[in-house]
Design a binder for this molecule. Sequence first.
Ligand SMILES: CSCCC(=O)C(=O)COP(=O)(O)O
Ligand SMILES: [Zn+2]
Length: 233
Amino acid sequence: MATGSNAEHLIHSDDPEHPANHICTLCAKFYELGWVTGTGGGTSIRKDDLLYIAPSGVQKELMKPTDMFVMDYNTKEYLRRPTVYKPSACTPLFYAAFTRGAGCCIHTHSQWAVLVTLLVEREFGSDAPFEIGMIEQIKGIPKGRGKQGNLGYFEKLTIPIIENTAHEEDLTESLEEAMEKYPDAYAVLVRRHGIYVWGDNVHKAKTQCESIDYILQLAVEMHKLGLPWVKKS
Ligand SMILES: CSCCC(=O)C(=O)COP(=O)(O)O
Ligand SMILES: [Zn+2]
């Protein structure tokens, strides 16, 4: 059951790329990658001034379009609210990405992301971001908001890291601080937890998240082999 009987049209569509359908198919794919297992992680999509948000604490790979919450971006009111669920605890973090121009934000609990946050802390200290260069796949990441094109092979990818909190929503302030401090970043790592990755649209958020996860896995493997992430000059 959902509140607002006039709201049902917001989630019913034959279009597989309608946000209510797309969040479900994306999360089913992300589950296979180990990004959203055990109810952790999730995805949210902005379409014009509507935000599509998954329920909290559910198996993200089994969600149906009728499970989706729909929030008005301007008023933050829920236009559709399934009464049996609460909205994802990640909602204020997704919202922070939407206020910075994102069309989609993905939160994963990827083990590569978690391991990299631990390696950076041990090797470079708790204030250090993750940095890597001269890896072809960094060309899959944009240079920064308002900047043209993607990173070049000889440039450096920098992803800030914030400390985890007892509750997901309490990460909001430090996530926003990291977004301000690193305005070019399209991702923020959360120590011992995972990563938030966003993009201008769903396609970009997904491919950027894939590129970053590839790079984080590579970084863990490079570290095991004693290889540096940034070439010393
Ligand atoms: C075992 S998952 C703990 C909560 C979490 O970190 C997360 O990403 C999922 O939050 P949601 O409220 O969307 O279920
Ligand atoms: Zn999480």
